[in-house]
Design a protein around this ligand. Structure first.
Ligand code: ADP
Ligand code: MG
Ligand code: ZN
Length: 470
């Protein structure tokens, strides 16, 4: 490749507050259109905004998790523009003095994507395009957002993908946002440029607005890369346009030519005070941040001896990892606990929402008890597995399901008599085995396992059966 790709991202994330940025209207998604609005978020004359303190707290939390410096004092500004989804004709945002500056997000490779700034602002309404008309839903007006701006540090689409997925996971994990791209609570503006390999100066960029899926972002970047390379090859220049990505064609198309900051006539928001966050408040917010995913993964691998794949699996959803943390704290073998969760509990849920909720009928205490029974050799792994199956269905504890007899090891005499019964009642399989079909023995082993409710050791059963048949 003769040309190098450069990408910078601006990511908008809706904060998980119950009420809006400057009024007490609900931020709930998918409410009936225009039912979650008031004079403040509609910008009616005479209304006054009041800052939602919790939104600031979440924004600070996001900044700390991304290694940013949080400003003790920052300012709200008006960004003026006219568009049907913005009834006030200005958006309250932060311009020259944002809340957070200078952080980074580290990729698996160790490469750090630098975060230029994070600022707080309010969302605009939503235009709903019908066949012959466009409707406006103002419910989203005034929903608190943060915008996370990176330096132009991405050189490949894979880096972009990893950054977006890691950011999404991190923000969900610390409770800043649900980051649902399909619902618009996470949206990315993608800035793309190309330059000749080996040259220093960045090429002219285009900006693709409002991308709502990682797959589309990747396609859009690839399309822009090719388009810009072709222009340069023809000795034409790239114009600094704002583009939209058209999903049906897989192409980008111009929305408008790039506006300058001065087009927005930024000025300080006169109806709000500055945003102040003291060092004590910053420290208190820092203390509320749970252990970050990357640190947890490290701990799972180093302290519990989990594989990297298993650690990553458990960490994917916060509730699941917290569930595992409890099991690990209460049981003698965290590794076994992890195996049960991944092997038998994950498969119960198929949708993302189900996995996020992780509503299982077995409490961590109850799973820990089962793990300990196994660790102490009171039951074997087959019985543990079938018991967990029952626990998940009935919600009963291991103690309720297992009889005293279950927990006593299967005696040699019991195994002996079970194997004899297996041979007597499976004459077909016995005949097959004698006729040279090695595999037929497994039918008999299966019988023994069923009858002993998983307590028999399959290997010993097999040996014993062979002895009897001989
Ligand atoms: P705005 O889009 O509001 O004008 P900036 O000029 O600060 O804001 O740039 C926004 C984003 O564009 C940043 O993420 C930045 O990294 C990225 N960017 C700037 N120049 C380039 C470039 N030449 N190629 C790719 N991305 C760029
Ligand atoms: Mg931009
Ligand atoms: Zn309102």
């Amino acid at each position: 490749m003769k040309y190098e790709l450069t990408v910078g991202l601006e990511t908008h994330i809706e904060l998980s507050t119950k009420s809006k940025m400057f009024c007490s209207c609900s931020t709930a998604f998918a409410g009936a259109p225009n039912t979650q609005c008031c004079p403040v978020c509609l910008g009616l004359p005479g209304s006054l905004p009041v800052m939602n303190r919790y939104a600031v707290e979440l924004a600070v939390m996001a900044g700390l998790a991304l290694n940013c410096k949080v400003a003790n004092t920052s300012y709200m500004d008006r960004k003026n523009y006219s568009y049907p989804d913005l009834p006030k004709a200005y958006q309250i945002s932060q311009y020259d003095v944002p809340l957070c500056i200078g952080g980074y997000l580290e990729l698996q490779s160790g490469k750090k994507i630098r975060i230029t700034r994070i600022h707080i602002e309010e969302d605009a309404g939503k235009l709903v395009h019908k066949e012959k008309e466009t409707l406006i839903d103002y419910n989203r007006c005034g929903v608190p957002l943060i915008e996370i701006v990176t330096e132009p540090d991405f050189c490949t689409v894979d880096e972009v993908r990893e950054y977006v997925e890691t950011l999404q996971h991190l923000m969900r994990y610390i409770g800043v946002s649900d980051c649902r791209m399909q619902e618009g609570s996470m949206r990315c503006d993608v800035n793309v440029s190309v330059r000749l390999k080996g040259t220093d100066a960045l090429g002219t960029r285009t900006e693709i607005k409002n991308m709502n899926s990682v797959a589309n972002m990747v396609r859009a970047i690839e399309y822009e890369y090719t388009r810009q390379c072709e222009l340069l090859e023809k000795e034409q220049s790239v114009t600094q346009d704002t583009l939209r990505y058209v999903e049906e064609t897989g192409k980008t198309s111009p929305m408008r030519s790039k506006e300058d900051a001065r087009d927005y006539r930024f000025f300080r928001e006169p109806d709000l005070l500055s945003v102040s966050v003291s060092d004590e408040e910053i420290k208190a917010i820092k203390d509320k941040i749970p252990e970050l995913p990357k640190d947890k993964i490290k701990r799972y691998i180093q302290t519990f001896g989990l594989t990297e794949a298993d650690a990553n699996h458990l960490i994917k959803y916060r509730r699941i990892s917290e569930y595992f943390d409890e099991v690990a704290r209460l049981s003698k073998s965290p590794k076994t606990g992890a195996k049960f969760i991944i092997g038998q509990m994950f498969s119960l849920f198929s949708t993302e929402a189900q996995k996020e909720a992780f509503a299982v009928r077995v409490t961590p205490e109850s799973l820990a008890t089962l793990v300990n029974l196994l660790a102490d050799g009171k039951i074997n792994s087959n019985l543990a597995k079938t018991t967990l199956e029952q626990m998940l269905i009935t919600g009963k504890s291991a103690d309720e399901l297992l009889s005293a007899e279950d927990m006593a090891a299967l005696s040699e005499a019991d195994l002996d008599s079970l194997c004899k019964r297996a041979v007597e009642s499976n004459t077909g399989a016995v005949a097959d085995y004698k006729g040279g079909k090695e595999k037929a023995i497994m039918a008999l082993v299966g019988f023994v396992m069923r009858e002993s409710r998983g307590k028999a050791n399959p290997e010993s059963a097999k040996e014993k059966l062979k002895e009897i048949i001989k």
